[in-house]
Write a protein that binds this ligand. Structure first.
Ligand code: TXA
Ligand code: MG
Length: 357
């Protein structure tokens, strides 16, 4: 049974408009963590549900609170490289180069583990670690030591990118949610297996692959397929899914393109069938709820999970969403959309059918 709490939401910063971690928020978070009770904290990617990595009971509580499958390992968050020692995480030469270049930041490294922390690693002989760049998270970890933290959503729902999302999912299940506002990246960290000589991409994320490969001196393999599942258990679960059914379309070049026309036609058909329809697209489409898709993929990444939750809140039964080009952070956006999707629309195939019909 998950303990019930009166959930308190406190600002991460003091004064509120500054980037200075609030002493009150730090004290409250440290208070609960020292007692082995998980709390929600902001990072530069998404909100995390954190517990001291070395505290078996506290970390086990994370799985209960989220309803997370027990075979899905967690990321341990550090602020000093010395903390890797306590976790038994071993930096390979490749990992050392990546750390030099990209930490602190949205890069998670899977490393060889000398020490067994099965409550964090789900029994694997590796451990995922990252050093967040967020001022509050850093100040907290400096005080408490390494924190294990998955995204602070109920398992299967989109990751929280603002405090209200964590409140919606976890109110009553945690005593404290530290509000850091809308977060910088809005998608999770990039996860790389850095045990070997060349990096293996396990999850595209906020750090772009192009930047990574230039430092790693190697082309990273394409996004993980079924073969990668065994290496990163989290990839096998359907994720980021709002209640609505999500249909994902390719990027549309203009309002008259086949994609744009197909999307508008589908929206009209669904509405005629009496369904409540939300659309996220570059060009205006008649729907119950319309969200304008910005051109910058980084802005799409930052807002995507919030849109999915908003459309759920408005009772949308179908969400039709136009994709972005899968380069840079767009790759992470497309990965999340494909995981949220109940249907992937490929317009080229459809064109061929229409032409030959
Ligand atoms: O940005 C982020 O990474 C956020 C913030 C809170 O840091 N955290 C996050 O955690 O997204 P989570 O638990 O939602 O995703 C962790 C991913 C999962 O896909 C998991 O399977 C993978 O990392 N992972 C963790 N440990 C691993 C390991 N030892 N080997 C392979 N994959 C691992
Ligand atoms: Mg997650």
């Amino acid at each position: 049974m998950t303990q019930t709490h009166d959930t308190r939401v406190v600002n991460a910063y003091e004064p509120a408009a500054s980037q200075r971690p609030s002493a009150t928020a730090l004290r409250l978070a440290a208070y609960w963590l020292e007692r082995g009770v998980p709390v929600v904290v902001p990072t530069e990617t998404v909100y995390g549900l954190a517990a001291p990595a070395l505290d078996r009971e506290a970390v086990s509580a994370i799985f209960r609170i989220k309803g997370r499958p027990l075979d899905n390992p967690l990321i341990a968050h550090v602020t000093e490289l010395g903390q890797l020692e306590a976790l038994g995480a071993e930096l390979s030469p490749l990992a050392a180069r990546l750390v030099d270049e990209f930490w602190p930041g949205p890069l998670t490294l899977v490393l060889r583990a000398k020490r067994r922390l099965p409550w964090v690693t789900a029994g694997l002989d590796s451990i995922a670690v990252r050093q967040p760049a967020h001022a509050f998270a850093r100040a907290l970890i400096h005080e408490t030591g390494p924190l294990a933290a998955p995204s602070a959503n109920l398992s299967g729902l989109p990751s929280p990118t603002r405090a209200a999302h964590a409140v919606a999912d976890l109110a009553g299940r945690v005593p404290l949610i530290v509000d850091g506002g809308d977060l910088e990246h809005g998608v999770e960290s990039t996860v790389i297996d850095a045990r070997g000589a060349t990096p293996v991409l396990l999850r595209p994320g906020a750090l772009d692959i192009e930047a990574l490969s230039s430092v790693a001196g190697a082309e990273l393999p394409p996004p993980p397929g079924p073969a990668a599942v065994a290496r990163s258990p989290g990839m096998k679960y359907r994720h980021y899914s709002p209640r609505a059914q999500v249909w994902v379309y390719p990027p549309a070049s203009d309002a008259n393109s086949l994609t744009a026309r197909r999307l508008a036609r589908d929206a009209a058909t669904l509405m005629a069938d009496g369904l409540r329809v939300g659309v996220i697209a570059r060009h205006s489409v008649r729907a119950h709820h319309f969200v304008h898709l910005p051109n910058e993929s980084s802005v799409v990444a930052q807002r995507l999970f919030a849109w999915l939750r908003e459309l759920d809140g408005q009772g949308a039964e179908r969400v039709l969403i136009e994709g972005v080009m899968p380069t840079g952070i767009g790759r992470a956006v497309m990965d999340r959309l494909q995981r949220a999707a109940t249907r992937l629309i490929t317009v080229e195939l459809e064109d061929t059918c229409e032409v030959t019909a």
